[in-house]
Design a protein around this ligand. Structure first.
Ligand code: NDP
Length: 347
């Protein structure tokens, strides 16, 4: 059976900016018969995520993901439907997901590597399993809960960087629901600022490309900053941390502004920022969602309810076609997405 797949064509190098030409679309053929334990799946939608940037390097620099290999099929989060099965755990028509879904229109996978999901959990909106009711929603909810110290009635202000992205847009909404009186987002366009305020209940938003971040933070956070959900690192985060209150908390979720640089994760902070953290007793512990998978089922259930009830509004940017995978990844890395970047592969 002929299928299309995306392979890694070349590496950007540790300090390079990824471009679509680093990926290549190919035709390949699937073996006609399944072996015991195998499942034929049709890909419905795929995810592109910032952590994939380190998979483009020869050495990812982190223990929990492996590098993609040149001329081999790229993989990541995906959702699909079972077309035929020789695995007792999967039946034709089941909707399944995996963190290691090949960027391929159809694939033969081990049934044991797939997780069956119930479309009702997302009211049929299957791409949510890759976003708000999947890993980025979990990252937002568990990041806030595990590292944010949000307390109802404590008059707290939360700031979120990368706020209009998949994690950020949910993190600010969770912050508000959990009791923050203000959630201020920092993001890269006017359109994103509007989406945060009009659609996601953020109190205000700052366009970092156009506005004076220190001045706007002072105006929008008159009682200082108590919780900072950090997706980006770099100069934006230095500016936020400088305005944080005593005994406040940084949720160190990601540092995307540094991902095209050959620096360790998390990237080192300046002496000045380290001194600010020390003198104000600001916590800044690294958060990795994969360390909290024992809480995932309950958290996904809560996210599903919050989305269904309209307490969390989900933002998505959807493009269609497996040939768009490389474009979509590179666009997301530069801010082309509002909410979760999804690639629809088939109906
Ligand atoms: P997003 O949907 O937020 O997409 C990435 C966004 O980052 C872009 O849309 C862009 O928005 C912003 N961005 C890119 N470059 C810069 C820059 N130089 N400065 C400021 N903003 C920039 O991705 P995710 O929600 O999937 O991921 C967000 C963060 O969360 C990442 O750092 C990721 O690594 C991290 N993460 C961490 C996890 C964990 O377990 N700790 C799990 C999942 C994700 P804009 O237009 O605003 O620039």
């Amino acid at each position: 059976m002929p299928v299309q797949r995306v392979v890694l064509n070349s590496r950007p190098g540790n300090n390079g900016v990824p471009v679509p030409a680093h990926f290549r679309l190919e035709e390949t053929t699937l073996a006609p018969d399944l072996e015991d334990g195998e499942v034929l799946v049709r890909t419905l939608c795929l995810s592109v995520d910032p952590y994939m940037r380190c998979r483009m390097n020869e050495d990812t620099g982190v223990g929990y993901v492996t590098p993609w290999q040149l001329s081999e099929c790229v993989d990541g989060g995906g959702v699909g439907v079972v077309e035929s099965s020789r695995c007792s755990a999967c039946s034709e028509g089941d909707v399944v997901t995996s963190f290691n879904w090949p960027w391929q229109t159809k694939a033969v996978m081990k049934g044991s590597a797939l997780q069956k999901v119930d479309p009702q959990v997302v009211d049929g909106h299957l791409s949510y399993f890759l976003g708000a009711v999947g890993i980025t929603g979990l990252t937002a909810l568990l990041g806030v809960r595990e590292k944010g110290n949000v307390t109802k009635g404590a008059n707290q202000t939360m700031v979120v960087s990368g706020a209009a992205g998949a994690c950020g847009s949910v993190a600010g909404q969770i912050g508000r629901l959990d009791g923050c009186v203000r959630a201020v987002g920092i993001c890269g366009s006017e359109e994103k600022c509007r989406a945060l305020v009009d659609d996601c209940g953020f109190s205000a938003a700052i366009n970092y490309r156009k506005e004076d971040i220190p001045a706007k933070l002072q105006e929008l956070c008159p009682d200082g900053i108590d919780v900072y959900f950090d997706n980006v690192g770099g100069g934006i985060s230095d500016t936020v941390i400088a305005q944080m209150n005593n005994n406040s908390h940084v949720i160190l979720c990601g540092q995307i502004s540094q991902y095209n640089k050959d620096v360790p994760y998390p990237p080192p902070l300046s002496e000045e920022i380290q001194e600010t953290l020390r003198s104000k007793n600001i916590t800044r512990e690294r958060f990795t969602v994969l360390n909290y998978m024992n809480k995932a089922d309950a958290a996904l259930c809560e996210l599903s309810q919050l989305v269904k009830s309209g307490h969390i509004n989900v933002l998505e940017t959807v493009v269609e076609g497996i040939e768009k995978m490389g474009d979509a990844f590179c666009s997301m890395m530069k801010g082309g997405n509002i909410g979760k970047q999804i690639i629809k592969i088939s109906e």
